[in-house]
Write a protein that binds this ligand. Structure first.
Ligand code: HEC
Ligand code: HEC
Length: 302
């Protein structure tokens, strides 16, 4: 378990390195900025470990109750399989699904219609699929089996975690127990809490909601990656990077408008800011014992 969490952190670092490369190469395909092009497209995607697409957390949150009411009574709790439906975490259909399209088609197929006559709007299927993908990611990151919140808590020492949080961990640079981490121990069970320490959720990258049909306008979410373009004359523009290549750069501004500049030999300059970069840096040096202690400490913040 512990080693797996560590490798989870490393996977994320690899994923970030990976998406930087994708940017340098023109951001095509399924890199972080996706194939969004200069027009409206899907929100930027990030691949965890170069394999898992990081879907918006709000969709996964919506997906959980939708899953429980529409699928859970057959496919079991957390999609792990139930009395009358197979495990969806290890299902080929789920693993090959993208954006709920494959799962949606499967549900409409004769085979599944024979067992459950479901007729759900695609937006609902999308949310359910995102929830299933979140379970797949967790299962992959926690290879070694199911973990129980009690075990996670027992593995750590809250006092040691507190000392680390306020001292060597450097967590107080960005967090405070009465501020942005207030009540975090009540917000998540211990397993989820530990996941969040390793991998805070970025949510919608583009501004506000993220997810299917996200509104393009509005200020970027607090965790969105932003870019600053500096022209040769020193003038700067800041916005959400829609496309960044060696040859052009497109930003989207708060009002939803976009602007594109041609680039030549790195001019205009483009600087990307990732609010989670500092968090990810820390995870590289975090020892497993620190991780367990931090979880035990944060779990006391109720
Ligand atoms: C009445 C029980 C029932 C309900 C409700 C149900 N399923 Fe199923 N599901 C099954 C059974 C039985 C199978 C295996 C037979 C088949 O493939 O259709 C299955 C198979 C699947 C498979 C293919 C698994 C594989 O790889 O073989 C997927 C994906 C799936 N279900 C998704 C869902 C989703 C998503 C929902 C909710 C929106 C749902 N199911 C609701 C019973 C159910
Ligand atoms: C450079 C800034 C930075 C540092 C240092 C940092 N974090 Fe974070 N952390 C963030 C950001 C940004 C988020 C996402 C925004 C949020 O949820 O508040 C976050 C989110 C979290 C979350 C999820 C909160 C939630 O409500 O979902 C936890 C838990 C967390 N951090 C724990 C830690 C711990 C423990 C440390 C020290 C080892 C640490 N962070 C150090 C920036 C930082």
């Amino acid at each position: 378990m512990s080693t797996n969490l560590k490798s989870a952190a490393l996977l994320i670092c690899v994923a970030l390195a990976h998406s930087t490369t994708a940017l340098a190469q023109g951001g095509g395909g399924r890199g972080r900025f996706g194939a969004a092009g200069a027009s409206d497209g899907p929100p930027p995607v990030q691949l965890l470990g170069g394999r898992f697409k990081a879907y918006p957390q709000d969709a996964a949150d919506r997906g959980l109750p939708l899953y429980n009411t529409n699928c859970g009574y057959c496919h079991g709790e957390r999609a792990k399989g139930g009395k009358s439906g197979p495990d969806l975490v290890t299902s080929d259909v789920s693993l090959h699904d993208e954006d709920g399209v494959g799962i949606g088609e499967y549900l409409k197929g004769a085979k599944h219609q024979g067992v459950a006559k479901l007729d759900l709007p695609q937006s609902t299927v999308y949310d359910i699929a995102v929830y299933i993908h979140s379970r797949i990611t967790v299962a992959a990151l926690n290879r070694g089996g199911d973990t129980h919140p009690d075990e996670v808590l027992k593995a750590g020492n809250a006092d040691a975690g507190k000392a680390y949080f306020n001292g060597a961990g450097g967590c107080t640079k960005c967090h405070s127990v009465d501020g942005n981490l207030k009540g975090v121990g009540a917000k998540y069970d211990a397993v989820t809490l530990q996941d969040r320490i390793v991998m805070p959720q970025r949510g919608g990258g583009r501004g506000g909601r993220g997810g299917f049909g996200a509104a393009p306008a509005g200020p970027p979410g607090p965790l969105a990656i932003t870019a600053t373009v500096t022209l040769a004359n020193g003038q700067t523009f800041r916005g959400i990077p829609v496309r960044v290549t060696d040859f052009d750069v497109t930003l989207r501004f708060d009002d939803g408008s976009t602007q594109t500049w041609a680039r030549n030999n790195g001019v205009p300059k483009v600087d990307l800011t990732d609010p989670l970069a500092g968090h990810i840096e820390i995870m590289k040096t975090l020892k497993d014992s620190d991780m367990h202690n931090l979880t035990a400490f944060l779990a006391t913040l109720k």
